[in-house]
Design a protein around this ligand. Structure first.
Ligand code: NAD
Length: 437
């Protein structure tokens, strides 16, 4: 292992909390700082404000070992560390530009509190050029003898497997103008067996957007192929398998469905499109990727309507609300749009999610959410699947058949073999495959 460093992570959301806990596990001395006092208070009591497998245990171990602590006194946390990691949110504004206000507030706070030189790490996803602007911002506000180099170190973890991803990254990207600062940040990860790619800061910033835009492109591509499959009677699962066996293509991100959601792909694709526009470049593929993703949700609602008929007064079970399994994150979750569209047509929703139920009840108080899936399935006219949770796959589907009013499943995640569901007595409609009944 490299030397233990004194690190402050600012922003204890999905990224900051996981990164902070993992860096502590690697042996570093970590303070996680957040302006949300309620969040810090919960963390100080050993509660984890988000659902992420393994995180509670990892935090507890490192708090007990005195390597990890939480505070809302951000200035104090900045003063007592040599490395400051910025992991606050960077949402998109209505016009597509990235809202940098959280990052800028943090930079102002760093400049006001740094009485010694520190290395600043930009882990938040930020547009190209932000590292350079951040350095100017700091230089303008901090005392002239204090050196605050900004290193871009984009984050690639996936919610739901965030701890595994942090300890087993495909690559660690470090973009620095000051080479020593870059090496200092690379050393933090010395205990990981991962390829470290040193780049200029702009390229590092763009690698993050390019990666997310490319993955989103794969999803929209396979969804369009699925739509063609439905018209010509082919099976998208077999088409994707056949494509994925080609090593140049690979099997990942070729699952057809209701499209991508979450806190990253929708916002990062829009931000990248806007970034290109701002430099007078029309990124045509990305525009199509975003449109196809929106249309895919709409197509799915049309498919439900086609199968159910008039939706008014119909009871529909919606299974899976989080944007993907193993998280409670509802940001831009396809299920929420689909529920709203069904409700607008008079459908009565009975929803189920293993982790996000409470958050949905807060956000959509008019949607009854059940923590027992069988209650959500009672006497429904159709079952709609929107997230591929294992808890949904492993339901007793024979029992489900006996609970529902009409045995219709519209599966937006292609979770089951059509023939198996038809043998259980369901009409099974999925994406890019023939209906089985
Ligand atoms: P989040 O909204 O879950 O967390 C952000 C945290 O920052 C919140 O707890 C908020 O209270 C805190 N915060 C905001 N302003 C602050 C300030 N001035 N001082 C202190 N704390 C402040 O966001 P997230 O999902 O963790 O994402 C953080 C960044 O990482 C974003 O740029 C995102 O694009 C990027 N990212 C996210 C993921 C992901 O899967 N969530 C993956 C890779 C990269």
């Amino acid at each position: 292992m490299g030397e233990a460093a004194r690190i402050t992570v600012i922003g204890t959301g999905y990224v900051g909390l996981v990164s902070g806990a993992c860096l502590a596990e690697m042996g570093h001395q970590v303070i996680c700082a957040d302006q949300a006092e309620w969040k810090v208070a919960r963390l100080q009591q050993g509660e984890i404000p988000i659902y992420e497998p393994g995180l509670k245990e990892l935090v507890a171990t490192n708090v007990s070992a005195n390597r990890l602590s939480f505070t809302s006194h951000i200035g104090g946390a900045i003063r007592s560390s040599d490395i400051i990691i910025i992991a606050v949110g960077t949402p998109t504004q209505d016009n597509g530009d990235v809202d940098m206000s959280q990052v800028n507030n943090v930079l102002t706070c760093i400049a006001a509190n740094a009485v010694t030189s520190k290395t600043i790490v930009m882990k938040s996803t930020v547009p190209v050029g932000s590292g350079s602007l951040a350095e100017q911002h700091l230089r303008l506000l901090a005392a002239s003898h204090i050196h605050l180099p900004v290193v871009s170190n984009p984050e690639f973890l996936r919610e739901g497997s965030a701890i595994w991803d942090t300890f087993h990254p495909d690559r660690i990207v470090i973009g620095a103008k000051d080479p020593e600062a870059g090496i200092r940040i690379a050393r933090l990860h010395a205990s990981l067996r991962a390829e470290v790619l040193h780049t200029d800061r702009e390229s590092a910033e763009l690698i993050k957007y390019a990666s997310n835009a490319f993955l989103a492109t794969k999803i929209s591509f396979i969804n369009e192929m699925a739509n063609v499959c439905e018209k010509v009677g082919a099976n998208i699962s077999l088409v994707a398998k056949g494509m994925g066996l080609d090593r140049r293509i690979g099997p990942h991100f070729l699952q057809a469905g209701v499209g991508y959601g979450g806190s990253c792909f929708p916002k990062d694709t829009k931000a990248q499109l806007k970034l290109a526009q701002n430099v007078d470049y029309d990124f045509q593929i990305l525009r199509a990727v975003i449109d196809v993703n929106r249309l895919q949700r709409e197509r799915f609602v049309t498919k439900i309507e086609r199968e159910v008929g008039c939706l008014s007064g119909k009871r529909i079970a919606v299974l899976g609300l989080a944007f993907k399994p193993n998280t409670d994150d509802l940001r831009d979750a396809p299920a929420l749009d689909i529920i709203s569209a069904l409700q607008q047509q008079g459908a009565l929703i009975q929803a189920y999610d293993p982790a996000a139920a409470e958050l949905v009840m807060e956000r959509m108080p008019d949607v009854p959410v059940f923590t027992d899936p069988y209650e959500a399935l009672d006497e429904v006219d159709a079952i709609v699947i929107t997230t591929e949770w294992e808890a949904i796959r492993s339901l007793n589907w024979r029992l489900v058949r006996s609970l529902v009013k009409a045995p219709l499943i519209v599966d937006g995640r292609n979770m089951f073999e059509p023939v198996e569901m038809s043998q259980l007595g369901f009409t099974y409609v999925s994406v890019g495959r023939e209906t089985a009944m």
